[in-house]
Design a protein around this ligand. Sequence first.
Ligand code: GLV
Ligand code: MN
Ligand code: MN
Length: 406
Amino acid sequence: MNRLREDIEALGKIGKDNRGGNSRPALTYQDLEARKYVVDIMKDAGLRVLVDKGANIIGIREGKLKEPFVSTGSHIDTVMNGGMFDGVLGVMGGLETIRQMNEERIRTDFPLALIVFTDEEGNSFMPFAGSKFFTGEINEEELGKLRGKYEDISFREAFKRFIEKVEGEVELIDRFPFKVKTHMELHVEQGPILDAKKIQIGIVNGIVGVERLWINFLGKQSHAGSTPMNMRADPLIPASETVLKVRQTVGEFNEMVGTVGFLEISPNVVNVISGKVRLGIDIRSLSEKDIEDATAKIMKGAEESSLMEGVRMETERLVEKPVPCSPKVIEDIKSSAEELGYSHLIMPSRAIHDTQVMASITDVGMIFVPSKDGISHAPQEWTDWEDCDRGQRVLKLALLKELQNK
Ligand code: GLV
Ligand code: MN
Ligand code: MN
């Protein structure tokens, strides 16, 4: 069996969810087991393994020069009940590339860093916690204070737990101190385009922006029988209207998508009028202005519905801007796909990735391979092994173009 498949399948066995798929939110015990696996195989491949204060794992392959670095990588945390390729392919594809370069005794001018970013999915502490620390967008103190979503521990405590697990195997650093000239990520498309068009490689020209809008609707918890209809402040009413408002609003913009994937009703009991409802809304588009306009419209609707019902609202917003990929990296990937004779398509990414955070410090690009029926963030997520191999070969060629000082 080939090594890439073996590694992807090995991680697929860690953090199995009894509903199917994998549940491995960042820095949970399941994720720590997966991290340990990756640290071990990085060491086997001869890498120096660093861990920064963002819990990012950074495997170093030396070059003739000390810097700047070329970097690649992705994440190994999963969403709850997710699939086995999202993120993992980029990490294992990078590692397989390094093994092949070692076997072929390739010496590069620039050093290569293989990075496993922390909490890309944000199911534990914060989306992009690791990449935001890597690029300097957040500091150790801000990160340390974040609290877990599934486990009530701080990032600092979870970090300590991780370090205990890999003690003696890794070198601890504060933050990666070297300049990075290019960052590339191999990933499954997570959408239906390549599979439907039977195209082997996607070359990403830009990554969508996303708005995560969290709304708490606060009403008056009370008896479902004895509270007259005109004396209720039921937070589920404006929350429900907001769910529908999201669907209606995104339809008014070009190529926008919007989802309410999180809804928590308290106390969630059949004969009780809820006291609190929490909604998590995810809106995406390649236009920053459209995201702003749609969010304003959804908020206005939510406020009007709340006022009608006598419900109070609290909101939190987290916005990631859309980013273009660098023309130079797009060209590296395109020419690599052409040299290998693979069909390809230039396309945007409608999923978000650490690469968009890395874009604030370096030139970036992404390689996509097909996702069967476009399914991802689900146990049915699947990419054929030949497609994984094709993506890895393109990654290797494209990285080599950046690793030599031309
Ligand atoms: C991450 O995979 C996202 O697109 O939400
Ligand atoms: Mn991913
Ligand atoms: Mn994901």
